[in-house]
Design a protein around this ligand. Structure first.
Ligand SMILES: *[C@@H]1O[C@H](CO)[C@@H](O)[C@H](O)[C@H]1NC(C)=O
Ligand SMILES: *[C@@H]1O[C@H](CO)[C@@H](O)[C@H](O)[C@H]1NC(C)=O
Ligand SMILES: *[C@@H]1O[C@H](CO)[C@@H](O)[C@H](O)[C@H]1NC(C)=O
Ligand SMILES: [Zn+2]
Length: 464
């Protein structure tokens, strides 16, 4: 009899607790807002400091501005963007370079063609679009690196991939793309998440250098575009329903040229020969990788190590752990990177960019900017710097989806969110009440049962 009552009580208790869903402490709750992730390729953290940027300034007043953020190493486009999308360091997501390559056939694909090699992108980490879609949300992507690929049989639901020879700098085209994302994708098609990519100011930074008037002019184009985006969002009545994250993949640093420095040219290094190399990936900015022929690793390594005061040479497994660029089968046995100002040439100098990236992510010139605005963010807050692996858990949190395994943590960004009297506190209160009632109910029942039992016994005894 008593056991029966307890069982019923427990069932009622469980039912009540189960009915109130468990939610993450600062989750968006029933009012999930939309999210727009924007990348302006190569926008260095301090690019707004020598240019008039009224729209970026206004956005900082209306939202949160990080001092800077730290990208993953290698600080180049596809790897760093896939870290934003997956929250994983590059050695963990496997998109280790802008270029796909095959060390057996010597085949290389440049940035654009690599976008279409599914197996290169789909190497064990899911971009946030797929995770969001699996959990019932609608996602889109325009020109963002990784958009063209298929992941575990699935692509981002709504997408636009740029044509082969696309002009990434055309402001008129930028506006058309923005109209599509805000007017069609968010407004008409009610998407929950969109990633949007612009190829500038990276191209201008490479061509003219980060300190050039051309770069400053391009930053003004970016600033106008930020204003245009926010106006469009306002026009469609989305301001209170849409969070915006604006960031970049890496920064830019001036290359020292014209006999100002001793250039790094591998073929000229004593004891080094390309005859000992089976496959090489150099002439690509300040970083490179080598696959020595069978038995040649030590020879190549010894020849290169210490050969130039601004060249860092590592065996893959000796790479500094803080760079997280060591533990992946695609990385070749010898990894090279140069100090700021220098690039790595193979046979002779073939690189004439005035600006470069790909340097150590500790270098301040490699740090991108990071700005957010929207209903879930604080206003007029300058935030401490953090690594861009932490953007992914922030985005999952804003979208109310469960993240995949990743290298980031919400703790690093959650203080930029508006504190909420959230579901969890309410749940805790509700559960306390339910718990108390259950205990009280149980005690009353025990009293009744005991009393009845005593009464029964007594009456039976009286009958006897
Ligand atoms: C490289 O090419 C070889 C020979 O065609 C092939 O066996 C191998 O699977 C290829 N590797 C990659 C990563 O595509
Ligand atoms: C990632 O790619 C590497 C080599 O290209 C391959 O050996 C490995 O199995 C892939 N991992 C996954 C999970 O796709
Ligand atoms: C910029 O893009 C627009 C729209 O796609 C096009 O009409 C225009 O000719 C382009 N301008 C330049 C300079 O290429
Ligand atoms: Zn880039």
């Amino acid at each position: 009899m008593l056991l029966h009552y307890i069982a019923v009580l427990c069932l009622i208790g469980n039912f009540l607790c189960g009915a109130a869903p468990q939610r993450d402490n600062t989750g968006p709750g029933p009012t999930r807002n939309k999210l727009l992730l924007i990348s302006f390729d190569g926008f260095r953290w301090d690019y707004d400091q020598d240019v008039d940027t009224p729209n970026l300034d206004k956005m900082a007043r209306d939202g949160v501005k990080a001092e800077y953020v730290t990208p993953p190493f290698l600080t180049i486009t596809s790897p760093a963007h896939f870290t934003l999308l997956s929250g994983r360091y590059i050695e963990n997501h496997g998109v280790i370079h802008n270029m796909w390559f095959n060390t057996t056939t010597q085949e290389k694909k440049q940035y654009y063609m690599t976008q279409f090699v599914d197996s290169y992108w789909d190497n064990g980490s899911l971009p946030i679009w797929i995770t969001a879609q699996r959990q019932g949300l609608k996602a889109g992507s325009l020109h963002f690196p990784g958009t063209a690929a298929t992941y575990k049989g699935e692509t981002v639901g709504v997408r636009q991939v740029e044509p082969r020879f696309y002009d990434y700098s055309n402001e008129t085209d930028w506006k058309l793309n923005i109209n599509k994302v805000i007017g069609e994708w968010f407004h008409q098609q009610d998407l929950d998440f969109v990633s949007l990519y612009f190829g500038e100011p990276d191209l201008t930074g490479h061509k003219y250098g980060p300190d050039s008037p051309e770069r400053r002019k391009m930053v003004q184009q970016v600033d106008r575009t930020v204003g245009y985006i926010r106006d469009k969002i306002q026009d469609y009545g989305l301001t209170d329903k849409l969070n915006i994250i604006i960031t970049a993949d890496h920064g830019m640093s001036t290359v020292l040229q014209d006999g100002l420095v001793e250039e790094i040219i591998l073929s000229k290094i004593p004891g080094f020969s390309f005859k000992d190399i089976k496959f090489h990936l150099v002439d690509y900015g300040p970083a490179g990788m080598l696959l020595p022929k069978e038995g040649m690793l030590e020879k190549v390594y010894k020849a290169l190590k210490g050969s130039h005061p601004h060249l860092h040479v590592y065996k893959k497994e000796e790479m500094p752990a803080r760079l997280h660029y060591s533990n992946h089968p695609r990385l070749l046995p010898i990894i090279l990177f140069a100090d700021p100002g220098y690039v790595i040439n193979g046979f002779f100098p073939v690189q004439f960019h005035k600006g470069e990236h790909g340097f150590d992510n500790q270098v301040m010139d490699m740090k991108p900017f990071f700005r957010v605005v929207g209903p879930d963010f604080q206003k007029n807050l300058v935030f401490r710097s953090f690594e861009t692996v932490h953007v992914y858990p922030l985005m999952c949190h804003l979208l109310g989806i469960n993240p995949e395994i990743n290298d980031g943590h919400l703790d690093n960004t959650k203080d930029m969110l508006v504190p909420k009297k959230n579901n969890n506190e309410i749940n805790a209160q509700l559960q306390a009440i339910v718990g108390l009632s259950a205990v009280t109910g149980f005690l009353v029942l025990v009293f009744i049962v005991t009393t009845s039992y005593v009464w029964c016994k007594r009456s039976r005894a009286e009958r006897r």
